[in-house]
Design a protein around this ligand. Structure first.
Ligand code: SDX
Length: 441
């Protein structure tokens, strides 16, 4: 009967070691060893013992989780076991956020209470307007969001009591409720428009559109198609297991600051063009290509390694990102209302050529969530700078769920990776006088 262990022979010493293999829910995708078990493998008694070396954690499980499962080979994404396609079809963002945070779909009463709580925490302290006003008119809204969400920690000092579940729940509600307000206020600041306050009669995304777009009308009425499209886009962006920004949330959270400070760090990680900033980079790339006729020349530049094909590729998906498929369908519904986006034609041609080109096939590069989302956002009237902000708002529920899971996980403690030191060996300080005479110690 095969044993769930590894037998390791260290050829430096001839010793053998038995290391247990542990499994997650899917034995075909989640078998692991505790890297700490390698420390017993020593070349000599005073040896530190073996470590695992895995820059960027390409093959390292940092935690056990029950929140999101991705199967990169088969293009599967599930939140708490529910396929993303079904949630996009039948759920709402607030219901999905509840599922991601608390593990089960809410009852009708739970959803009504949850929605009431979020709706009644959308206001922000009036002082926040003072530092929003301090930003330049052309400040990037993602920079404003990172700054203001971190500043929220100064308004809720009780949030430091992260061991109290009731205190945590209060901050979770505040953050999910206030991120759209901070985002909308940043947007209005960049336009030089007065802030539009939350309207409690509207849905989560309806109210977000209200705070973004309301002008002189007494009551803003969102376009139902755009309101639903944004809600589905928020569902698709809610969580994605241990991505770069979630890893930041968990790592910062592991030293036990308040969740506003941890989330500011997660949002900063998301801002990068290789991560959540890719949707903005895709639009700039499509604009640079300019026309369908220029696509082949751009693809050649990608293949020469001069530029990346933004919105393509993924650390986990080596198949089509299931979210990209859904977003393509949403695009058609949005364009019915807004009129099509001329960049869509360039994107479709780029995808067509890339999916049949050996360079991309060999590297298993497919469109990811960011490839089409920006085209929709632009058609809805958002400036490209707002695109990463539109990613950060829904991902707030995922970041917070992962943060809570880390805090409740007995395996977890403060994140502190090891290193392989390759620098200078010990050497003595050299006084300036000697240095100037080119003398060593
Ligand atoms: C998100 O992790 C998540 O879950 C993230 C996310 C989420 O929901 O949280 O899904 C959201 O961030 C989606 C990704 C958005 N980023 C982009 O679209 C930027 C473009 N993509 C690449 O930067 C890249 O594909 C990454 C960052 C997404 C993944 O990088 P990896 O896993 O480190 O892949 P790699 O760099 O090792 O690539 C393998 C090869 C390399 O070529 P070789 O060195 O083997 O010759 O593929 C090439 C790369 O140069 N490659 C690309 C490419 N992506 C990878 N070449 C051209 N264009 C690309 N986009």
């Amino acid at each position: 009967m095969p044993k769930d262990t590894l037998t390791i022979t260290d050829n430096r010493t001839g010793k053998t070691y038995e290391v247990p293999i542990r499994y997650g829910t899917y034995p075909t995708y989640g078998a692991a060893i505790n890297t700490a078990d390698l420390r017993q493998i020593k070349a000599s008694d005073d040896d530190f013992g073996l470590m695992g070396y895995d820059p960027a954690f390409g093959n390292t499980a940092s935690c056990r989780s029950t929140i999101t499962h991705i199967d990169g080979e088969r293009g599967i994404l599930r939140y708490r076991g529910y396929p993303i396609e079904q949630l996009a079809e039948s759920s709402t963002y607030l219901e999905t956020a509840y599922l991601i945070l608390y593990g089960e779909l809410p009852t009708r009463q739970q959803l009504e209470e949850w929605t009431w709580e979020i709706t009644h925490h959308t206001m922000i302290h009036e002082s926040i307007k003072k530092f929003l006003d301090g930003f330049h008119h052309d400040a990037h809204p993602m920079g404003m969001l990172v700054g203001t969400v971190g500043a929220l920690s100064t308004f809720y000092p009780d949030a430091k009591d992260i061991k109290d579940k009731d205190v945590r729940r209060k901050q979770v509600v505040r953050l999910i409720a206030k991120m759209p307000t901070l985002a909308a206020f940043a947007y209005r600041h960049s336009l030089g428009r007065p802030y539009a306050y939350p309207d409690n009669d509207l849905s989560y995304t309806g109210n977000f559109l209200n705070m973004l777009l309301k002008t002189t009308e007494l009551k803003y009425t969102p376009n139902a198609v755009l309101e639903r499209a944004l809600d589905v886009l928020f569902i698709l962006h809610a969580d994605h297991e241990q991505n770069c920004s979630t890893n930041a949330m968990r790592s910062i959270g592991s030293s036990h600051p308040d969740p506003y400070s941890a989330l500011a760090g997660a949002a900063a990680a998301l801002y990068g063009p290789l991560h959540g900033g890719a949707n903005e980079a895709v639009l700039r790339m499509l604009g640079e290509i300019g026309s369908k006729a220029n696509v082949p020349a751009y693809v050649e530049r990608v293949k020469k390694g001069e530029v990346l094909l933004m919105g393509f590729g993924h650390r986990v998906y080596k198949n089509y990102d299931p979210r990209a498929k859904i977003i393509k369908r949403i695009a058609e519904e949005v364009f019915e209302v807004t009129g099509t986006n001329p960049l869509l034609e360039i994107a479709i041609e780029l995808e067509r050529i890339a999916l049949q080109d050996e360079y991309f096939i060999k590297r298993r590069l497919y469109p990811n969530v960011d490839f089409y989302s920006g085209i929709i956002y632009q058609a809805m009237g958002f400036p490209v700078e707002m695109f990463p902000v539109l990613f950060a708002i829904p991902r707030t529920s995922g970041w917070l769920a992962q943060w809570e899971e880390m805090l409740d996980d007995g395996d977890q403690r403060i994140s502190r990776p090891r290193q392989i030191y390759e620098g200078a060996d010990v050497r003595n300080y050299v006084a300036m006088a000697l240095r100037e005479r080119g003398k060593a110690a």
